[in-house]
Design a protein around this ligand. Structure first.
Ligand SMILES: Nc1ncnc2c1ncn2[C@@H]1O[C@H](COP(=O)(O)OP(=O)(O)OP(=O)(O)O)[C@@H](O)[C@H]1O
Length: 252
């Protein structure tokens, strides 16, 4: 389970996120929605300490992942990023072969044998529905794949490191509707084994794929959470008027 308590993120003096307390239940897909600029990506980046990489950025409050205090000095950030994989809006495969995309990080994190490497490669490509499409050209450049295939390759690459959590930052927004539908199907199938947190601008998509919903909003110049709960319940009976207006399309 991921839990934040009073999490705030600042870029220099500007507060992007204020006092976020949110729970991401194990084995669920949780979607984060909200208007542009209300800190959805900043929230994801804080969870696996990518905020550390931004000069002038700071984080306060608590992030607990599997009973570990992520913001403590003792946290092993490299291990954290293995456990909490991240998928970005624009597919970002390495300019290497399909096979190398999967195997590079595996080699960095251990000394698997060739047989193990090939087995993991096949397994993650199968679980992302890519194996049949690429098995005869694993040595080809990943950059020659279509956008949708590249995004599924990036998900396969993340899965190879056996994460417990996947953070997906608008993973379909750069894809055409067919490729987007395949990634959605993939997300639904991954739910059995992983806990997923997805940022999306697409409310219909959030409704289709998520079990739980968190609505972020701008208040007093900072992103805050205005509503959380089971997706069906939030869509059918939102408790906050802001959420009701946003989900009905009349605001945001
Ligand atoms: N690296 C950064 N340096 C400075 N400010 C940043 C940085 N990243 C984000 N911000 C600011 O923090 C605020 C929240 O941005 P963020 O990208 O987290 O919002 P978002 O809800 O994901 O937006 P969008 O839906 O448009 O992607 C914005 O005002 C943005 O300009």
């Amino acid at each position: 389970m991921i839990r934040t308590e009073g999490l705030s993120v600042n870029y220099g003096k500007r507060t992007a996120l204020r006092d976020i307390s949110l729970t991401v239940p194990q084995g669920h897909v949780t979607a984060i929605v909200g208007p542009s600029g209300c800190g959805k990506s900043s929230f994801l980046h804080a969870l696996n300490r990518m905020t550390d990489l931004i000069p002038g950025a700071s984080t306060s409050g608590r992030i607990i992942i599997d009973d570990q205090d992520v913001l403590s000095r003792d946290c092993d950030v490299s291990l954290l990023r293995r456990q909490v994989g991240m998928i970005f809006q624009k597919p970002n495969p390495f300019p290497l072969s399909i096979r190398q995309n999967i195997q590079l990080a595996l080699k960095e994190h251990g000394q698997p044998t060739r047989v193990e490497l090939e087995a993991i490669t096949q397994q993650v490509l199968e679980s992302t529905g890519l194996w049949g499409e690429v098995k005869d050209r694993l040595h080809h450049s990943a950059l020659k794949l279509s956008g949708g295939q590249q995004q599924r390759l990036c998900i396969a690459r993340a899965l190879a490191l056996k994460p417990r959590y996947l953070l997906l930052d608008e993973p379909c927004s750069a894809l055409d509707p067919i490729a987007s539908a395949r990634v959605e199907e993939l997300i639904a199938s991954l739910k059995r084994e992983y806990t997923l947190l997805i940022v999306t601008h697409n409310l219909a998509q959030a409704r289709r794929i998520s079990d739980d919903l968190a609505v972020f909003w701008m208040q007093d110049d900072a992103g805050v959470v205005v509503e959380t709960g089971p997706t069906n319940k939030v869509f059918s009976t939102p408790t906050n008027p802001i959420t009701a207006a946003y989900l009905s399309g009349s605001q945001g």
